[in-house]
Design a protein around this ligand. Structure first.
Ligand SMILES: *Cc1c(COP(=O)(O)O)cnc(C)c1O
Length: 345
């Protein structure tokens, strides 16, 4: 696909800001180029604008080309940049599924880009024809999320692939929860499809939500547009150093992921035994979408007991649903204890 044709003209022609650290790369001993303080306190120098060391580690772990990686202030930065690179305000549009992650629509609104949503089917899967029908010549991006938030399920892999092949624009697959899913990531498809963007994050399985670090993986061409538009030093040195340590302790993360999946099975069994639970949707993530007989009442009751879940009952197709994140054993047990008491009221 000719990506250039999808990029906004002003971005195509943009002369990006050139920082001191990007103009000179290499060995030096006296740095008088960036108006920094000369007094060494560990933080007086600007950080690497392209986070080379972090990308090198991620590239090895994920088996992707380091030039196919963008790092942002959470996945949210990558989502916003996609709008700024591809979508002309007040002219272009994007297509997404419903229900799904709320940030795609918020970013569309901020960028004055029309957001078209297509409901998932009865199994919370995508309807390719409906999605393609919602798109027109001004549709630049299709947003998919797999495993999807708040439904929890993986979208059908073959359907995603056929959308990537048939849509004449960018297809984003948000894989924030892929580490919990029994399926291969789409990042291995990046060398095959230059219009594919895969989003991942350190916020969920990696346990680093407060650090704010997300990845976008894509063709080298698309990543070069991300780098052109991003703030010059978007990832600070504290984050870069910290995440290198996290990447080096990934075995611990794998154990935690396994434990969460084990706790999920226990929680499902317990929830199934409660009369107030009408349905537990299949989940490939670290949360459960649960249909109840009265989500608002249950939500308020739990808040009164200091237990906070997410009330999703006002969301498309999620009538009377609560979204419950899998906690530690004792936390899940406390939830079940209170839900049991509520059932008996
Ligand atoms: C939690 C979540 C993210 C993570 O966003 P960050 O900005 O990286 O914390 C991204 N996408 C989805 C669908 C999520 O649920």
């Amino acid at each position: 696909m000719e990506i250039n044709k999808l990029v906004r003209k002003n971005i195509l022609n943009l002369k990006p800001y050139s920082s001191a650290r990007s103009e000179f790369k290499g060995e030096g001993s006296v740095f008088l180029d960036a108006n920094e303080s000369p007094f060494d306190n560990d933080y007086n120098r600007y950080p690497d604008p392209l986070q080379y060391a972090v990308k090198e580690r991620i590239s090895a772990i994920k088996n992707v080309d380091k030039d196919s990686i963008f790092l942002g202030n959470g996945s949210d930065e990558a989502i916003d940049l996609l709008f700024r690179i591809f979508c002309n305000p007040a002219k272009d549009n994007v297509v997404a599924i419903a229900p799904t992650y709320g940030m795609y629509e918020v970013c569309a609104d901020i960028n004055d880009v029309e957001y078209r949503s297509v409901n998932l089917d009865d199994n919370f899967d995508i309807d390719i024809n409906a999605i393609l029908k919602a798109a027109d010549d001004n549709t630049k991006i299709i947003f998919l999320c797999s495993p999807n938030n708040p439904t929890g399920n993986l979208l059908n892999r073959d359907k995603i692939l056929s959308l990537i092949k048939s849509f004449n624009g960018i297809v984003v697959v948000d894989e924030a929860y892929i580490d919990f899913a029994p399926q291969e990531s789409f990042i291995q498809q990046i060398p095959r499809y230059n219009n594919l963007v895969v989003l991942q994050t350190f916020s969920k399985a990696w346990g680093q939500a407060s650090v704010r670090l997300g990845m976008a993986y894509s063709s080298i061409e698309i990543i070069s547009y991300f780098n052109k538009v991003k703030y010059p030093y978007n990832i600070n040195i504290l984050t870069q150093r910290h995440i290198l340590e996290v990447l080096n302790s990934k075995d611990g993360i794998l154990d935690q992921t396994k434990e969460i999946l084990k706790q999920k099975e226990i929680l499902i069994k317990e929830l199934e035994g409660l009369e107030i639970v009408k349905k537990i949707y299949p989940s490939n993530a670290n949360f459960l979408l649960v249909k109840t007989d009265n989500a608002n009442q249950i939500y308020d009751y739990l808040v009164g007991k200091g237990i906070i879940v997410r009330n999703r009952s006002k969301i498309t197709l999620c009538n009377d649903c609560l979204r419950i994140t899998i906690g530690q054993n004792e936390e899940n047990a406390k939830l079940i204890e209170e839900l049991t008491k509520f059932s008996k009221k």
